[in-house]
Write a protein that binds this ligand. Structure first.
Ligand SMILES: [Zn+2]
Ligand SMILES: [Zn+2]
Length: 280
């Protein structure tokens, strides 16, 4: 006789694990220096439990772009983005909660042709979403070891860029994670172009800027040469808007210059030998 098998979900990071009879001993994503184990100790939930107390807000943000985020906020609290193109829709980044209402709202907007995710903190319940919409999930191979729930729908890509469809392309910046990726959406921002950045480029409180960190919760910066390289790669793309990983975390315009001045300021702070830093 076998026990009841469930795909447990970490309450702190929202990442779903491979199915098991007992909850896993620990969450590898949260044990990493970039995350943390919840203050009450490792806790697990399931999709059914999550559905009982949460729902998703689905909101159109601009022509061709819809945000999907869970309320009340769960785990890291990111919202995903559904990008609509004439050749199919991309779900950029992912969230843990998927329910009937969300599936209906997404289908009403044309469904999901593919999923792509910036980095492992947002792998969430990607396999559930991929199964529901019969969609492949594009992840950078450099972060393969962080896939907690393997699936034949997951497709690893390599190198620094991967064109998708409808003009969309994935661009690997590294930084926060070795495979840290942003999505370039040339049709976004009224044709000026947009970057869907996750927190690989983190839109900060002063929304004229972004930041670049190894760990956000633990405030561990990245080396200057890595930040410069990230900014250099982004400078090759044409865009005006940067969508961060949360509602309202958006550099609305002048995004190209915002990333450049953010990298410059960051590297200046790291390199300064002054006793009192003044960045103006
Ligand atoms: Zn976790
Ligand atoms: Zn992250």
């Amino acid at each position: 006789m076998t026990g009841f098998v469930r795909a447990y979900i970490c309450v702190t990071c929202g990442v779903q694990q491979a199915a098991s009879e007992e909850p896993p001993a620990s969450c590898a994503v949260c044990e990493d220096a970039r995350q943390y184990v919840g203050w009450q100790g490792q806790q697990w939930t399931t999709l059914d439990e999550l559905r009982a107390g949460h729902s998703n807000r689905v909101e159109d943000l601009e022509p061709g772009l819809t945000g999907v985020g869970t309320e009340p906020a769960f785990a890291i609290g990111q919202r995903a983005l559904l990008v609509r193109t004439a050749d199919g829709n991309l779900l950029w980044d992912c969230i843990t909660l998927i329910d009937d209402e969300t599936v209906a709202a997404v289908r009403q907007r044309g469904g999901i042709a593919a999923i792509a995710i910036s980095h492992p903190h947002y792998y969430s319940a990607m396999v559930e979403w991929a199964g529901e919409f019969n969609a492949p999930v594009y992840l950078h191979e450099a972060d393969q070891r962080w896939v907690m729930r393997p699936s034949p729908r997951v497709r690893f890509w390599s190198g620094d860029a991967r064109p998708l469809f409808g003009g969309l392309s994935l661009v690997r910046l590294g930084g926060h994670f070795s495979g840290g990726t942003v999505c370039h959406w040339p049709a976004g921002a009224d044709g000026e172009g947009a970057i869907l950045a996750g927190d690989v480029l983190q839109v900060v409180q002063d929304r004229r800027f972004v930041s670049f960190m190894y760990s956000y919760p633990n405030l561990i910066p990245l080396p200057a040469h890595v930040v410069s390289r990230m900014a250099r790669r982004v400078s090759e793309l044409r865009f005006d808007r940067v969508y961060g990983a949360w509602w309202e975390r958006v550099v609305d315009r002048d995004g190209q210059a915002a990333v450049a001045r953010s990298a410059e300021r960051y590297c200046a702070a790291l390199a300064s030998e002054a006793d009192e830093l003044e960045l103006g």
